[in-house]
Design a protein around this ligand. Sequence first.
Ligand code: 5AD
Ligand code: SF4
Length: 547
Amino acid sequence: MGKSFDIGLERLTGIGVPGDGQPQEGGIKPPLHDAGRPFSDQGKQEADAVGSTFYLETFGCQMNDHDSEKVAGVLLARGYRQVDGPEAAKVILYNTCSIREKAAQKVFSRLGELRPAASDLRSVASEEREPYAETPIAKFAQDKQRTRSSEEKRNPSAQAGVPVPQDPKHPSLRKIVNAGGGKIIGVLGCVAQQEGEEIFERAPWVSLVCGSASYRKLPQLIAELEAGNRRVTGLDTDTDETFETEITRRDNPWRAYLTIIEGCDKACSYCVVPFTRGPERSRGSASILEEVRQLADAGYSEVQLLGQTVNSYADPSARNMRFSELLAAVAEVSGIRRVRFTTSHPRDFGKDIVEAIEAHPTICDHVHLPVQSGSTAVLRAMARTYSREEYLEKIALMKAARRPISITTDMIVGFPGETEKDFEETLTLLDEVQYDSVFAFKYSPRPNTPSLKMADAIPEEEKGRRLGILMDRQREIQRVRNEKLVGETFEVLVDGKSRRENQWSGHTSSNRVMNFTSPEQELLGDYVQVKVVSAMPNSLVGEMVGR
Ligand code: 5AD
Ligand code: SF4
């Protein structure tokens, strides 16, 4: 799996932090926060009565993070309470990512941790009076039986479809079962969509499988599980609806995420997203603007508009707003001080977006514009719909802007057939564009994608070598670029406080991480002026000089 390269700026679209982990914002995670909108009293009473709790772990991109906020909202509205670990939860949910193989594998290792121990399985399986569907172990036994008979139908010589887990090193579920039993284990997101019902075969203790394109069905699926259904799925992708909820449980008290377009209609030859997230669906501009107004009223000062291809936004309403018009309208909502958007696709990136940034200081001076490769031949094989030269024209639009715009990108090395010369062109693109951050990945072959069948696979070792060279080159570019900022003053939204006294962190409008000193007692959530005193490739160091 590809090492990735995060040089300081927060990850924007995917999973580009080292080890495919979650992006860290200034090193300190803000407290949980529910946007100040309590769930219904009736729901609360139900929660108190049944003690319903859920644990939700999220892998992958910001779209997934935000989907999880909405999923949590759906559960809160039904009276569930969120808990910190699977042991204390009645419902355990994993919102998964499958963009690269390693990310997809993670969920199966998590599910493995929840696998029932064989001894528990046997003892519960022999408890005939125990109603099925009431304990996960019973469910596992029943599912095993079911899976075995279907497997036997396909392959009569099979001893058992799913081997009974014999590994005694699985204390987690035993602990969970002893702690109360009756768990619902669900897989959401891209792996759910990609693997579908296969997940039940691989992990029969799972009872909910739902891809993101079917999240609007989640309340209904959860109701079915509560009613005693053993297995439910939401796997349709042929939808023209977006997933909107009455309540979103927001994790960040200052920055609110808002999905404006779901799915993807591009067909990059390496990418699973069009399969896992379905076709593009845009949300109506009036409902987006109404939500932004509510967010501002609730105290959020920064909104981030999200979409796999956010600038392909196509307003389905009669207003027919272009993306740049929507951006400007969001920027004008009173109380909003920062508007971010991610991820932009180069094909739909035009001068109008740069003009919107120029005209509205509240639109952050940062554009994430994934290029993937500097070679037109590789771009063609990737079906990216632009050449190196056409991409550079978009960059030129930003370089000509009246205020500096920070540009970041994603790159893939070792795409099938990528020659040494192609790779050299990727390196010269780094020099030419002068990105402020690059998220670089080793090509990972993914199921169903056209590139899976392409000839001339690049050996893993060679992919690793190219990734290392790219990272070194870009680190040096960032070191030089950041050093030029020493002495300048930036506005910073403070979103972290260090354990060390007087040490704070935050983000500039260009999304640079700024660690700085200030003797003030309380700064979290404030906008302050910080002067850069030194620079590193990944972040700036400064001191507060005013408000
Ligand atoms: N292999 C490696 N990287 C990939 N990405 C998407 N699909 C793959 C793949 N199969 C990267 C792209 C994209 C980012 C979110 O993940 O660079 O922009
Ligand atoms: Fe994947 Fe390409 Fe769509 Fe981005 S634009 S999500 S890389 S198919």
